[in-house]
Design a protein. Structure first.
Length: 116
């Protein structure tokens, strides 16, 4: 069974940076496409960024394009989300997702809070 463990969240000020990590275990990592999602209070979970199993270019939500960068290290079974120029609107619980075909696995999430 796939397990995902996120880390790196915290309380920061607007303009600061954070790097989230998501460690994958339980299966072979490289065949899975990976993504980051977030859910703010009283809002739906939304897509933030995704990266293919081939570790190509990431795809991003318009709201984070140019500020966030997704990457993966297949030797460490880890996907990262580098978040720069953080804004209060980025405050949310951030979730990691692994996807292969119809199979989807989610982590427990890590809280990111950006104060103004």
């Amino acid at each position: 069974q796939v397990q995902l463990v996120e880390s790196g969240g915290g309380l920061v000020q607007a303009g600061d940076s954070l790097r989230l990590s998501c460690v994958f275990s339980g299966r072979t990592f490289s065949p899975y496409s990976m993504g980051w999602f977030r859910q703010a209070p009283e809002k739906e979970r939304e897509f933030v960024a995704g990266i293919s199993r081939y570790s190509g270019s990431g795809v991003y939500a318009d709201s984070v394009k140019g500020r966030f960068t997704i990457s993966r290290d297949n030797t460490k079974n880890t996907v990262y989300l580098q978040m720069n120029s953080l804004k209060p609107d980025d405050t949310a619980v951030y979730y990691c997702r692994a996807q292969q075909g119809s199979q989807n696995y989610w982590g427990q999430g890590t809280q990111v809070t950006v104060s103004s």
